[in-house]
Design a protein around this ligand. Structure first.
Ligand code: SF4
Length: 195
């Protein structure tokens, strides 16, 4: 006997499916990395440089991370935030559950197209300036699931990624090196060119 399962909320399912398909069709190419590494010195003057220094110091020493922990890389992040590796020294020890309180997303895990609109919405709700670290093979390219119909082949299809950390999963030392790279990038940014 054939068993038919009727959807409980067909209109909601249809709407969700449209949102996912729209995002998929507008995310066929990677988004270019924000140009924070470029030499922006030419746009500066002495006053802006001083203000930049103060702002950048505050930003790089209080990175507040939005929780975007979708798969196994999460456990390396948890390990990194524990006492042995101690990300408290970067002002990062408290994870935020609200995009309004966050300026960093660390993509610790595989992202499915089903979850993609939610992650994009969280990113859009974060205030500027904000940064993204793609952690692990899945975050960079979809990893071993890259060819799957359901997996986003890299967060950079939907978000501008600042730093990539390879590995499956990357060890805490690699994550710390990536965080240090981001801190250097923040150090070089300027309010005069919004990089
Ligand atoms: S990169 Fe490896 S460890 Fe990280 S989420 Fe993908 S499969 Fe898991």
């Amino acid at each position: 006997m054939e068993v038919r399962i009727e959807p409980c909320y067909p209109e909601i399912d249809a709407h969700e499916s449209r949102v996912i398909e729209d995002l998929k069709s507008s995310s066929t190419q990677p988004i270019a990395e924000p140009s924070g590494w470029l030499d922006e010195e030419i746009n500066r003057n002495i006053l802006v440089t001083t203000v930049d220094k103060l702002l950048n110091w505050g930003r790089k020493t209080s990175l507040w991370t939005e929780t975007s922990f979708t798969a196994c890389c999460t456990f390396e992040f948890i390990s990194t935030s524990s006492s042995r590796f101690d990300i408290a020294r970067f002002g990062m020890e408290v994870l935020r559950s609200s995009p309004r309180h966050s300026d960093l997303i660390v993509t610790a895990g595989t992202l499915t197209w089903k979850m993609a609109p939610q992650i994009k919405r969280v990113y859009d709700q974060m205030a500027e300036p904000k940064w993204v670290i793609a952690m692990g093979a899945c975050g960079i390219s979809g990893g071993i699931f890259a060819d799957s119909y359901s997996v986003v082949p890299g967060y950079n299809r939907i978000l501008p990624v600042d730093v990539y950390i390879p590995g499956c999963p990357p060890r805490p030392e690699a994550l710390l090196a990536g965080i240090e790279k981001l801190r250097k990038k923040i150090e070089q940014s300027s309010i005069s060119n919004k990089s």
